[in-house]
Write a protein that binds this ligand. Structure first.
Ligand code: NI
Length: 283
């Protein structure tokens, strides 16, 4: 090979190497980022600390309940009610959020921990829309059948997941099936959560018609009512369709809407509005 050809090859190789280095120089941000391990934004310790930390409103909320009781409704001094949705976040939650947004109604969502893990972005939509979030356990068991350690784990894991996803701690708790006993209520208190049940059950999980859901909610609601519905656990099309009718009919009767926390803080429940036993079974 003549020296000139060797020189040309050498130049081509050098240019090639320079080009490769230059290309590499453009890309390390993406490749390094892709290779980086996913570091949680909040550490386990921070999550536990946040779940324990009480702001002034949290303090007020947690101190509303007496020892060993659940709140079934607010005091009844104001024509406000709270819509509550259990068992999400799930596929029907965005439709529920869309209805609430159209109506400008705040609500409270009692979420299942494992569903939060699967649908974190849906929970963030719930929080971004200004709704309140409560703990509804990780696996939705009947807590009264579990050991104290299992009860604690069901509650703490869900409370921690809510903090991990939203950066905010929940101070509300609703036992699956409304099934409580002194041990379960003690676990909630230990986790600094106010146990909240309901006084109006739409039994929407039994798949009644939209009209039946509306009728049950509107006929049974009174000042301070906490109305139980579901955004998870199955197809919730009837519940979604019921929301605007419930809201317009209750508004026509002079009611306004608040989250559970705002409802009970603005109109504290009396002893008659609390209970230490289980509610009727529900999903
Ligand atoms: Ni439930």
């Amino acid at each position: 090979m003549p020296p000139a050809a060797l020189a040309i090859i050498a130049v081509v190789v050098v240019i090639g190497i320079i080009a490769l280095i230059a290309r590499g120089g453009d890309e390390p941000v993406a490749s390094v980022a892709a290779a980086e391990p996913v570091i949680p934004a909040i550490s386990e310790e921070d999550i536990a600390a946040a779940a324990e930390q009480l702001g002034p409103r949290d303090q007020e909320l947690v101190s509303i309940g007496e020892t060993g009781v659940s709140i079934n409704r607010a005091g009844g001094g104001r024509k406000y009610v709270a819509l509550t949705f259990d068992d999400g976040p799930g596929p029907d939650t965005p439709a529920v959020l869309a209805e609430l947004k159209k109506l400008d109604v705040p609500a409270t969502f009692f979420v299942i921990g494992r569903n939060v893990k699967e649908n974190p972005q849906v929970l963030n939509q719930v929080v971004a829309a200004g709704h309140e979030v409560g703990v509804h356990t990780w696996n939705h068991p009947d807590l009264t059948t579990l050991t104290p350690k299992e009860q604690e784990s069901e509650i703490a894991s869900t409370a921690g997941e809510i903090v991990a996803v939203t950066g905010m701690a929940s101070r509300l708790f609703r036992a699956p099936y409304g099934s409580v006993n002194p041990a379960v209520l003690k676990r909630a208190e230990d986790a600094k959560l106010l146990s909240v049940l309901w006084d109006v059950d739409t039994v929407d999980w039994t798949r009644p018609s939209t009209e039946q859901i509306v009728q049950t909610a509107v006929a049974n609601a009174g000042p301070g009512s906490i109305i139980l519905m579901h955004d998870g656990g199955g197809n919730r099309a009837s519940t979604v369709a019921a929301i605007p009718k419930i809201v317009s009919q209750l508004r026509a009767k002079g009611y306004e809407f608040a989250t559970v926390g705002d409802l009970v803080i603005s109109d504290p429940p009396g002893s008659d509005d609390m209970s230490s036993d289980s509610r009727s079974t529900q999903q």
